[in-house]
Design a protein around this ligand. Structure first.
Ligand code: NG6
Ligand code: CA
Length: 514
């Protein structure tokens, strides 16, 4: 109670001092960021999909602003999530590529994050769902002890996590600092090598699998699915893949219910539609696109449940909801789930080329919707906005000041996110693939420069295999005339190309773009 009084006093002072009009009017909305995993620009009916219906996301879009130039900053998970939370491009920090099962915490305590900013500003902050940003000190997670540092050391008050990815071991929940339901008599061991020659894996026990692998993913078997990495023990703690979405909804509902009277920040981090795609039985077989489509339906259901809870708690007009994805689409990402066979005329990346692992637009231009009932005028926006901008934009929204030495690349695009008239989004944006490979996309206005120091582009054609295609070091596209990046016009526009090359290199070298 005392804390609540102190908090409201602080909020009051804060609001008085605040430069932002929304914050100044004492209007500090809750913020819910719903991040999908591997969801492509073309995967939702509100973005033009006709082979699948996503009524809940469509409703969110029809009540809010649907962006046609909304981005995540990388075309894989860990770097996008790193950038989203820290407001800093992941290529600035080593070891921010796709994190292995035993990765230590990638974001060090003391780093300013969206969560720490909002937390310092009086928000209760929580993350539910996929983490994939490492846990623990330099030697990695202590699965049987305290899993820290982690989200709680970088600004979250609580967390309920899938610690890595659903295709990486172990399949257990982490609640705050502990593996949930871990029996000390059955300790959890996680490693890169098989613990014994008899340990069943996806190769030796392939015929027992309920979902077969296509590449990688042939280590420890759990729930009839072989994974990346090995583990033993922790049997009472293990989850069923089919139950993950229900759990995220349950835990998010609890969080919103419990904190309905305070400003809160909830990061709802869905595992859908990442492999292994194994949605709850009630969604299996419900789309024409196989398990990949069924997982889209499950994600859509989750969005509907979050909206229902906001309605039930009478919070829809007090909550800014932002829906986004952590990278573009991929069909075969390592399991034989018929994503390729059943794709038909569906285009997961919409009109864009490339997807996950790619700096073509399909890799990072992804669904992006904002809704704040009564504040955001429903519509469609073509402003350029990116998940890396949450820190600066939410700081502006809540009257907080960004640190001088943090959130280096986060731009305040709040007016664009709220659809205010005359608002502009970004002028330019760097896109990256996985960590620090020297592959970049650089969008500047209508122009898009590709840079491939290794002269290889990955996953250019999402509907076929993941391959490395040889390319020149630089390519230039005019996104206005050629949104699907088919015609490299670098020879026709050498001056534009030189300007963009220079700008990109300067932004990389400067160490900040804010
Ligand atoms: C790749 C995995 C892929 C997926 C990806 C990370 C193989 C062959 N491929 O290494 O299945 O897990 O990492 O996806 O193992 S992400 O969305 O979390 O970045
Ligand atoms: Ca992903």
């Amino acid at each position: 109670m005392k804390f609540a009084v102190l908090l409201s006093a602080l909020c009051f002072v804060h609001c008085l001092l605040s430069p932002s009009s929304d914050a100044a009017s004492g209007d500090r909305p809750n913020i819910v960021v719903i991040m999908a995993d591997d969801l492509g620009y073309g995967d939702l009916s509100c973005y033009g999909a006709t082979s699948i219906e996503t009524p809940n996301v469509d409703r969110l879009a029809s009540e809010g602003l649907r962006f046609t130039n909304g981005y995540c900053s990388a075309s894989t998970c860990t770097p996008t999530r790193y950038s989203m939370l820290t407001g800093t491009y992941a290529f600035r920090k080593p070891k921010t590529g796709i994190a292995p099962p035993n990765a230590p915490a990638i974001i060090k305590p003391g780093t300013e994050t969206v969560a720490s900013l909002l937390n310092d500003g009086g928000y209760t902050t929580g993350v539910v769902g996929k983490w994939h940003l490492g846990l623990g000190g330099p030697s990695g997670p202590d699965w049987n002890g305290d899993l820290k540092p982690g989200p709680l050391e970088i600004g979250f008050d609580s967390c309920f996590l899938l610690p890595t990815t659903n295709d990486r071991v172990p399949q257990v929940y982490v609640e705050n600092h502990k593996v949930l339901n871990l029996d000390p008599a059955d300790p959890l061991w996680v490693g890169r090598k098989s613990p014994s020659p008899e340990h069943p894996n996806g190769i030796t026990n392939r015929s027992s699998l309920k979902l077969d692998w296509s590449h990688g993913h042939n280590n420890t078997i759990h729930n009839g699915i072989s994974r990346i990495g090995f583990y033993t023990g922790g049997n009472a703690a293990r989850f069923r893949d089919e139950d993950l979405a229900d759990k995220w909804v349950e835990k998010s509902n609890e969080f919103m219910q419990e904190h309905q009277n305070e400003p809160f920040f909830l990061f709802f981090s869905s595992h859908d539609i990442h492999v292994p795609r194994m949605p709850h039985e009630r969604f299996q077989g419900k789309s024409s696109l196989g398990l990949r489509g069924d997982s889209i339906l499950e994600f859509d259901w989750c969005v509907g449940e979050v909206m229902k809870t906001l309605d039930r708690l009478n919070l829809a007009e007090k909550t800014l909801v932002v829906l986004c994805s952590d990278n573009g689409p991929v069909l075969d990402d390592g399991y034989q789930d018929e994503a390729v066979e059943k794709i038909g005329s569906h285009r997961a990346g919409g009109k864009f080329t490339g997807g996950k692992y790619s700096v073509y637009e399909g890799g990072t231009r992804t669904p992006f919707i904002t809704r704040w009932k009564g504040k955001i005028q429903p519509g469609v926006s073509d402003d350029i906005v990116c998940t890396i901008d949450f820190a600066a934009s939410f700081a502006a929204l809540t009257g907080l000041t960004l640190p001088e030495d943090g959130c280096l690349d986060s731009m305040n695009v709040l007016d664009a996110l709220l659809g205010k008239s005359g608002a502009d989004g970004r002028e330019s944006l760097i896109q990256q693939d996985n960590g620090g490979s020297g592959t970049f996309g650089y969008r500047s206005g209508k122009w898009k420069l590709h840079r491939y120091d290794r002269r290889k582009a990955r996953n250019v054609v999402v509907e076929t295999k993941l391959v490395n295609t040889p390319v020149p070091q630089y390519m230039l596209f005019d996104l206005e005339a050629d949104p699907s990046e088919q015609n490299n016009v670098i020879d026709e526009h050498p001056q534009v190309a030189e300007r963009l090359k220079g700008e990109l290199q300067r932004l990389i070298d400067n160490g900040r773009s804010r």
